[in-house]
Design a protein. Structure first.
Length: 140
C-alpha cells in the first residue's frame, strides 16, 4: 500500500470513529496517525504543518457530528495542545478556532476552511463524508 493510500486509510479511521461517536476508537486512530512508527505521516521528511491537517479536520467533523460530546471536547483539546508542536503559528490556530466557533452545520461542507492560514487548501473535512449518514446526530 502506498504511503498516500495508507495515510488516507488512517485518516478515514479517525473520521469513522467520530462518525460513530467512539472516543476510544478516536484515540486509537490519532495514535495510528501520530504515534505509530508505521504511520506514513512519520516517514521520510515530516511536513509538520501538513501533518496537522487531520487533527483540524477531525475537530471540524466532531463539532458538526458530535457537538458537546467528549469526542468533540477532546478534539478541541488536541487542537489546542498540539498546534505549536506542528509549527502552526498561534494566530493561525486562533483563526481556525474562530472559524470553528462560527460553524453552522447547514453550510459546513461549503466552507473554504482555514482561509488566511497555513492550512488553507490542506484541510478537507468532508473527504470521507460517505461515513456520515444523514444529518448530525446527538451522540452521548
Amino acid at each position: 500500500m502506498s504511503e498516500r493510500t495508507e495515510a488516507s486509510v488512517r485518516r478515514k479511521a479517525l473520521h469513522r470513529a467520530i462518525a460513530n461517536g467512539d472516543l476510544e476508537a478516536m484515540r486509537e486512530a490519532i495514535h495510528g496517525l501520530y504515534v505509530d512508527e508505521a504511520s506514513p505521516l512519520l516517514k521520510g521528511e515530516v511536513r509538520r504543518i501538513e501533518t496537522y491537517a487531520p487533527i483540524v479536520e477531525a475537530a471540524i467533523v466532531a463539532r458538526i457530528y458530535a457537538p458537546g460530546t467528549l469526542v468533540s471536547r477532546e478534539m478541541d483539546l488536541n487542537l489546542l495542545h498540539t498546534h505549536a508542536k506542528f509549527g502552526v503559528p498561534t494566530q493561525d490556530y486562533e483563526a481556525i478556532v474562530a472559524q470553528l466557533d462560527q460553524l453552522d452545520e447547514t453550510d459546513a461542507s461549503t466552507i473554504d476552511w482555514c482561509v488566511g492560514t497555513c492550512l488553507h487548501e490542506r484541510v478537507k473535512p468532508f473527504r470521507h463524508k460517505n461515513l456520515f449518514n444523514g444529518p448530525p446526530t446527538d451522540h452521548a
